[in-house]
Design a protein around this ligand. Structure first.
Ligand code: GLA
Ligand code: ZN
Length: 687
């Protein structure tokens, strides 16, 4: 049922965010004041009606659109674009009371009471009927309104429901996938503990009161939850497409939220958007955090093959739900906003415009505080972003060219983290992928973040840490990539299970064995404080030398066709290989048998990037804590130079003079950046 995509592009960067005027229903003067303040803050977009269902349909079947009519008209009159939400993220009390089936049932099989949000069953026919009716009403009424530019589906789809309707949908989904119970029993290896199913009705979703440790079942349940959420999302899109065919759709993602495989949802969306709430100035370093945020921005950009995304939500100051709500230090708001843009966002949007007077988010940062005027530090920070976005407006819609892809795969994470062994703690799939991404971020080398189903041919280097699950056809596609000249990096704990979570027989890394040219006989899980070392062989082709610490995981591998680049220093497997390279066709496959720390990853990837001639943003690598990203369009490049450190940094930008669009200064040579300072240089492509 997925329909044709609708193209989405903006004439200028969006600067706006969640606007909830229905909370200020009784005070029309606030509505009026909002318009004045929006002009002052340089707001050109608002996201509305996200939680407005009870204001739009106060009683079943009675719609009240007057307030939204007024709002849409006012926005159009003031050249403010509207992103209109389908208000299905939270339902009215009357709806839950009349149709209790819409309320979610937990894994413990208890039905929730009315309240909170995102508390609904994605299967319920009643919920789908009522949401479709609402969406149709919105589409009919506003589909041609000049202010409407984008649909915002619901809000942060997430969670799962275990009601009877969902159980039976799950069973149907399983019948479709397996065809027969024999196939299902085999895939889930149910003879283990004698759990063989003899009727589809016996199958229940994972539960603390039932089974939580049948890995095949847990994995399929997670897949089902994604598919069912997607199915619900499609049912939301249907009336929008039918009555407002030209308006594109998005839904706001939550970064690397574990509960949904966003790659599946991405296909039905016209533009990706996500909500980013890093905890700046927490006890860790802002530089480390910035690299993690960069990773998630890159993932969101990659979800639609590099198309610009939207930063749908961010806080203009603080959140209220994090352990400590520390104020953003001067400079951080502009820096973190432009970081999103540097990685491909065509917007900076906030949650929210005006701080709520009551409710659980009354202390969540907003552009307009309870003080109600523009004379605040936060308001000035927001104005500064407006000015910055205006000065780089030409860059809207520009692209990023990445020759490196770091592989981050939801199903792999589900399977790897759902399994028991080889350690319970610190398997750390995501932090490990981020650690492998980090050296590229440090060097100013653009990287995409993809899953194992994407096209590999556009990259020169693919880094696939802990590729525990290898789905059908993936090793063949990787082989094709390497044979054609690509470089692949694999690590320990790869090629262990197939897409049913059944272990490959015949030796790890399973289907990757020929590619890696090694057989991994066993994996040693180290205690938290244990350290082994990896010693580089003399005259290895990478030119690396010395020794590096290894922690937590050390595999004992036997090279079959691979060349040994390093060996272990100690323990009973001292002198055995710890790093290998295998030549396959015109390409190479590296295998890291142990978990290496940042110093090795840094040296290894710097050397490899150099050997492969990967394009860097600047001729000289930036100093520590400075990130450099490049967007380009029609022969022009915008180089974002961002200092996430608390020190002044000097960055060598090369001898060609170019303009820093933010300061309107011509610059060359050494560029000085204040702590949390940022510059956006405009230069001709192919400098
Ligand atoms: C999420 C939600 C918003 C708001 C913010 C607060 O992203 O989508 O409605 O609750 O968190 O940080
Ligand atoms: Zn349900």
């Amino acid at each position: 049922m997925s329909e044709r995509p609708v193209s989405f592009s903006l004439p200028h960067f969006w600067h706006g965010g969640d606007y909830n005027p229905e909370q200020w229903w009784e005070t029309p003067e606030v509505w009026q004041e909002d318009l004045r303040l929006m002009q002052l803050a340089g707001i050109n977009e608002v996201s509305v009606a996200i939680f407005a269902w009870s204001s739009l349909e106060p009683e079943e079947g009675r719609f009240e659109f007057d307030w939204l009519d007024q709002l849409m008209d006012r926005m159009a009159a003031h050249q403010i674009d509207v992103v209109l939400a389908t208000p299905t993220g939270a339902r009215p009390a009357w709806l839950a009371a009349r149709y209790p089936e819409v309320l979610r049932v937990g894994a413990d099989r208890q039905r929730n009471l009315f309240g909170e949000r995102h508390n609904h069953c994605y299967t319920s026919p009643q919920y789908r009927r009522l949401t479709q009716r609402m969406n149709r009403a919105l589409a009919e009424r506003y589909g041609r309104h000049p202010a409407l530019k984008l649909w915002h589906l619901s809000n942060e789809y997430g969670g799962e429901c275990h009601c009877d309707l969902c159980q039976s949908a799950f069973r149907q989904w399983l019948q479709q996938r397996y065809g027969s119970l024999d196939r299902l029993n085999h895939a889930w290896w149910t003879r283990f503990w004698g759990h063989t199913y003899t009727s589809w009705d016996q199958i229940e979703s994972p539960s603390p009161r039932g089974t939580g440790s049948l890995h095949g079942l847990s994995l399929d349940w997670k897949r089902f939850v994604t598919d069912q959420t997607l199915d619900f999302m499609r049912s939301e899109i249907e009336p929008l497409r039918a009555f407002a065919a030209d308006i594109p759709v998005t839904t706001n993602f939550m970064g690397t939220y574990l509960g949904l495989n966003y790659w599946k949802l991405a296909k039905d969306l016209d533009v990706i958007s996500w909500d980013s709430y890093p905890r700046w100035h927490a006890s860790g370093s802002d530089v480390d955090l910035a690299a993690q945020v960069a990773f998630t921005h890159d993932l969101n950009r990659s979800l639609k093959g590099g198309q610009p995304f939207l930063l749908m939500e961010s806080t203009p100051s603080v959140t209220n739900w994090q352990a400590v709500s520390k104020l953003k230090r001067p400079g951080m708001h502009l820096l973190s906003s432009l970081q999103a843009v540097a990685h491909g966002s065509d917007s900076v949007q906030y949650f929210q415009w005006r701080k709520s007077r009551g409710g659980s988010e009354k202390f969540h940062g907003a552009v307009v505080d309870h003080a109600g005027h523009e004379n605040t530090r936060v308001f000035r920070d927001v104005q500064q972003v407006a000015t910055a976005l205006k000065s780089i407006n030409q860059a809207v819609g520009s692209q990023i060219d990445a020759k490196v892809a770091v592989l981050y795969d939801w199903e792999n994470r589900w399977a790897l983290e759902g399994a028991f062994g080889p350690r319970v703690e610190h398997r750390d799939y995501q932090p490990t992928v981020e650690a492998h991404y980090r050296p590229f971020w440090d060097q100013g080398i653009a990287a995409d973040v993809i899953d194992m189903d994407q096209d590999f041919s556009r990259y020169r280097l693919i880094v696939a840490p802990m590729l525990y699950m290898v789905r059908d056809g993936v090793s063949e596609r990787l082989e094709e990539f390497v044979k054609a000249g690509g470089t692949l990096v694999l690590t320990y704990w790869s090629g262990i299970v197939d897409d049913s979570d059944l272990c490959f027989l015949g030796g790890a890394p399973g289907p990757l064995r020929a590619l890696a040219g090694v057989w991994s006989e066993e994996i040693d899980a180290l205690n938290d404080d244990d350290v082994n070392h990896m010693v580089l062989e003399s005259e290895n082709p990478l030119g690396l030398s010395g020794s590096y610490a290894c922690h937590l995981f050390c595999e004992r591998i036997h090279p079959e066709t691979a060349t040994v680049l390093a060996h272990y220093a100690s323990d009973f497997y001292a002198d055995e290989p710890a790093l290998t390279v295998n030549d396959v066709g015109r390409g190479h496959v590296y295998y890291m048998a142990a978990r290496n720390g940042p110093s090795f990853l840094n040296d290894f990837y710097r050397t490899l990037s150099h050997h492969l001639g990967l394009p860097t943003a600047l001729a000289k690598a930036p100093p520590p804590g400075v990130s450099v990203e490049v967007r380009h369009k029609e022969g022009v490049e915008w180089v974002f130079v961002m200092n996430f450190s608390e020190q002044i940094r000097t960055v060598d930008i090369g001898s060609t003079t170019c303009e820093d669009l933010l300061s309107a200064q011509m610059v060359s040579g050494n560029l000085r950046l204040d702590p949390y300072g940022v510059a956006v240089l405009k230069r001709t492509k192919g400098r």
